[in-house]
Design a protein around this ligand. Structure first.
Ligand code: GLY
Ligand code: MN
Ligand code: MN
Length: 432
């Protein structure tokens, strides 16, 4: 039995005191006509349950003792023949360690009773209007019984404030899955480098990535892969992946798999031919130095902003040295002249969602890094063609992205280091 889900429900129960938390999983979505998108559970719901089935709701009731309840699909012989196994309430109760379970069809009857006389309801607010409406319906049903002496919760609170903080610090079970997800993605990037040749198409390289993700047990890509040859790399969210790869160009790949609900997120940029040109080398080394500086700044107690500041400073000085920016370092940083080539941040929280939950500021100040936080470190440089830019740098787009766990003592653990990133290592892999 996986105890981490029970532990998380207890933690939520203590945080809500005498309230009740009600969290639905994601709805199934139609893709077209009667075909569905592949089903993916809601990240919050799954964090608390480990339960994969759609049409489920978890309820956590605070107080002593606290209780947790699951609503899920009833067993259904015919539907199981067509669509596959369902746990049903009885088996879900023992397998997933709930105090009680009910068929989802009973929720309209039972939930208004569960919220009776509770102080507050904690639920996701304003994400799905269907869910907001249902919650209001149950609340109003309870309110309508006031003359029987029943009180309805007076406050409706967004449960994400509590869950986001919990999810921000990963527990050992989560870190274990994230390391495994990162390893699969790193191997996929190595395969993609080995498969890259001039005249191939971007989608052929994407296929190598997706093949490896699936082959190693990943359920989905964590996000749509970016496979961007040449100037396409200067489009930050390029996902067409349908252009031919030209000898002499770089290829930027931003791709990561999702494993058991956890994302990985890696970017590598390398030459299509296997050999960097002179100008490509100059920009690549600069981005790699910026990433190194950001990694060195990733340590407990440092501000969230420290890795970004460290990377930006290295990049800005490099842009001045290469005559891409002009003036003193202080001036280029102050007036953000560097942002013409480096317009995004150096990282984001990583977890169940690729851009994971958790505030970046606390009381208006950048928060401090803490052990168990997981973040990406991903500086880049994107140079479009323009008359005032030396032509040798036109259309070079480079990003180098790794995933880091903030260590207990100091520094960080890079969990994506299985894919090469120095010029020597990339060139020797690609010439093998
Ligand atoms: N792949 C999304 C990102 O790097 O933020
Ligand atoms: Mn990222
Ligand atoms: Mn990425």
């Amino acid at each position: 039995m996986k105890t981490q889900f029970v532990r998380r429900r207890h933690e939520l129960a203590s945080a809500i005191k005498f309230g009740i938390a009600v969290i639905p999983t994601a709805a199934e979505r139609i893709r077209n006509k009667d075909a569905h998108f592949p089903y993916r559970f809601d990240s919050y719901f799954h964090y608390l349950t480990g339960f994969n089935e759609p049409e489920s709701v978890v309820v956590v009731i605070g107080g002593k003792p606290s209780r947790s309840i699951l609503f899920c699909r009833a067993k259904h012989e015919e539907r199981e023949i067509w669509d596959g196994f369902r746990y049903g309430p009885e088996e879900a109760k023992t397998q997933f360690n709930f105090d009680d379970t009910f068929a989802i069809d009973e929720i309209d009857k039972i939930l208004p009773q569960l919220i009776e006389n509770k102080d507050a309801i904690f639920t996701p607010i304003g994400i799905e209007s269907n869910w907001d409406n249902k919650m209001m319906g149950w609340l109003n049903k309870t309110r309508s019984r006031a003359r029987e002496g029943i009180t309805a919760p007076a406050s409706l609170i967004d449960v994400r404030e509590i869950l986001d903080e919990m999810r921000l610090i990963k527990d050992p079970d989560e870190l274990d899955v994230m390391r495994r997800a990162a390893k699969i993605s790193a191997e996929a990037h190595v395969n993609a480098m080995l498969a890259t040749k001039p005249e191939k198409y971007e989608y052929e390289i994407e296929a190598e990535l997706l093949y490896h993700f699936k082959k190693k047990g990943s359920q989905f890509p964590a996000y749509t892969s970016i496979v961007a040859g040449g100037k396409n790399a200067c489009v930050l969210h390029y996902i067409e992946n349908n252009a031919v790869l030209n000898d002499g160009d770089l290829l930027l790949i931003d791709a990561g798999c999702e494993l058991d609900g956890y994302a990985s997120d890696i970017t590598r940029t390398f030459p299509v031919s296997g050999k960097f040109s002179g100008p490509q080398r100059m920009i690549y080394e600069l981005v790699l130095d910026a990433q190194q500086a950001a990694m060195e700044a990733t340590s407990r107690g440092n501000s969230w902003q420290a890795p970004h500041d460290a990377a930006t400073k290295v990049l800005a000085q490099g842009f001045i040295d290469l005559k891409l920016c002009h003036g003193s370092l202080d001036k280029v940083l102050e007036n953000r002249e560097y942002s013409r080539y480096y317009m995004h941040r150096t990282g984001h929280w990583l977890g169940r969602d690729v851009h994971d939950v958790g505030n970046y500021k606390d009381d208006g100040q950048w928060r401090s890094l803490e052990p168990g936080m997981v973040l990406t470190i991903e500086p880049g440089c994107y140079i479009r063609s323009a008359p005032d830019i030396p032509e040798q740098f036109w259309n070079i787009g480079i990003r180098i992205e790794d995933d880091a766990i903030v260590n207990q003592d100091s520094g960080c653990e890079i969990i994506t280091s299985g894919v090469p990133k120095t010029i020597n290592d990339i060139e020797s892999l690609m010439s093998a």
